[in-house]
Ligand binder design. Structure first.
Ligand code: CU
Length: 200
């Protein structure tokens, strides 16, 4: 009986300590907030949506997720709108002549039947163009995605730290979002190389 009494006191103290520390600790150290929800629309499954916080003054931001087509027909996804930016696009990113280039995926990003496509830093991403406000770590940003077959879904992207790695990846860093005055987006990579966006 005494044993149990001591246990409950110790648990009580531990819980109190955690309650005081955790909100700040979680916000600062979790690479991606734990509350990312999954989404199902038609035969499309979306998991682990997340976005990266943006540095002060950034005019664009990026969101990522994993999309699986569980159906038997190909589908295509585009981004319709976001609550945090004037425009929302799906971008590809490729290395051309030593320069990272990203451009909108024309007609939407194809997800073949049975295929899983992961949007992540350095690859496909949801580009939030002309941010209305910076993306702050610990908050969420919403984007409306439209699948040609499956339909439309609102996805909440929990915002991780600036430069946060993809969930489950061990490598940190990646590209930092820069500003793109005048429509040309330039981004500074970890190697100092520039990244350009062809904006239509
Ligand atoms: Cu982009």
């Amino acid at each position: 009986m005494k044993f149990f009494a001591w246990q409950s006191i110790r648990y009580g103290l531990a819980a109190a300590g955690v309650a005081v520390l955790s909100p700040m600790m979680v916000a600062q150290f979790a690479a991606v907030p734990a509350l990312a929800a999954d989404y199902d629309v038609g035969s499309i499954h979306i998991s682990q949506p997340w976005a990266r916080a943006t540095p002060k003054g950034a005019s664009s931001g990026a969101g990522y997720m994993t999309i699986t087509n569980k159906g038997t027909t190909p589908d295509r996804v585009s981004c319709v709108s976001s609550d945090s930016s004037a425009q929302c696009q799906i971008h590809s990113m490729t290395m051309e002549d030593g320069v990272m280039k990203m451009r909108p995926v024309e007609g939407g990003l194809e997800i073949k039947p049975g295929e899983t496509v992961t949007l992540k830093p350095g690859g496909y991403h949801v580009m939030l163009v002309d941010l209305k406000h910076g993306l702050e770590q610990g908050q969420t940003v919403k984007a409306t995605l439209k699948f040609d077959n499956a339909g439309t879904v609102d996805v909440e992207y929990p915002i991780a730290a600036i430069g946060a790695p993809a969930p489950g990846s061990t490598s940190g860093g990646g590209m930092m979002m820069g500003d793109h005055p005048g429509g040309a987006m330039n981004m500074q990579g970890p190697s100092g190389g520039m990244m350009q966006m062809d904006k239509k």
